[in-house]
Write a protein that binds this ligand. Sequence first.
Ligand SMILES: *[C@@H]1O[C@H](CO)[C@@H](O)[C@H](O)[C@H]1NC(C)=O
Ligand SMILES: *[C@@H]1O[C@H](CO)[C@@H](O)[C@H](O)[C@H]1NC(C)=O
Ligand SMILES: *[C@@H]1O[C@H](CO)[C@@H](O)[C@H](O)[C@H]1NC(C)=O
Length: 279
Amino acid sequence: MASLNTLFVFCISLSGTITIFSDAITLKPCMFNSTCSCNNADGYIDLHPIANNNNTPHFSNVTDGYNHVYSFNPCYGFDEGSVCQNAAICQLDTTANKYNVIGYADTVRSVSSSMYGLMFKYSSTTDMPQPSRNRTAYVVLVCDATKEGELQFVQEDPVNEFYFYLYSTHACAIPPAPTSPGAATRTFWTPPPPPVRTTAGPPTTPSPTSLPVIFSQKAEVVLMLCILIVLIILCGLVILSVCVFSARLKSTNNEKAELGQSANYGTKDETKIRLKTDF
Ligand SMILES: *[C@@H]1O[C@H](CO)[C@@H](O)[C@H](O)[C@H]1NC(C)=O
Ligand SMILES: *[C@@H]1O[C@H](CO)[C@@H](O)[C@H](O)[C@H]1NC(C)=O
Ligand SMILES: *[C@@H]1O[C@H](CO)[C@@H](O)[C@H](O)[C@H]1NC(C)=O
């Protein structure tokens, strides 16, 4: 019974986990075709309209609510102070008046996160000023048609990993243009099977493994396996309990029969035998 209880609790927590997972954002890796534009399952995202191309940051003075302000520029690197050179994200400690590079422009990668959706990731390794540090900035692309561009500091958690929300209409994916005039209305159109090939060579599709995805689909596979195992265990338990139940039913019937006998004969020996067969 204790093990059944444990299983019950496990199932409850598992279903909770499944609920959280199904609420999670679908992974849509984005393939860069410039330093700030990429294509994913939703379409094309291009941050060029909110990027400066004159060595200055488009977003600046973004506060963390304490003593730091941040500057950010997509697409092109900028310089700030003597420390931030070719930066994508630069931090200024306003009390110490000290600059830190959070991410260099040429380190940009797209990250598809089940928690945040699409993010642009920038990183830096700095030996100077001391102490040497690796910092990472995640700019979460928040599609907001009402905003041209607004950068908001979210958190530094864990330390040296900085999260920002970029609210922008340019963070919204533009669906690919229809290839033919009649194609605009066919949302769920299924193409006919391709004609039989006469020339060799299958069409090449881009390998998804080449994409930098930190929150990989492995977690989903593990979850699926877990569910499968639990289902197998559950089936086993159902079969087992049916067996045990029928066995008990039988023994109860036997007991009843024996009770009838002992009522007829009333001998102590028979009572002993009955007690032995009892669980
Ligand atoms: C990137 O892809 C988009 C749409 O797929 C296209 O419009 C754009 O011209 C491409 N840019 C570059 C630099 O290749
Ligand atoms: C930065 O923002 C603060 C308030 O958030 C403001 O007082 C200050 O003038 C701003 N500085 C610049 C350079 O824009
Ligand atoms: C920074 O990262 C590099 C390579 O990614 C690693 O070799 C180095 O030890 C890291 N430095 C610190 C201070 O974490």
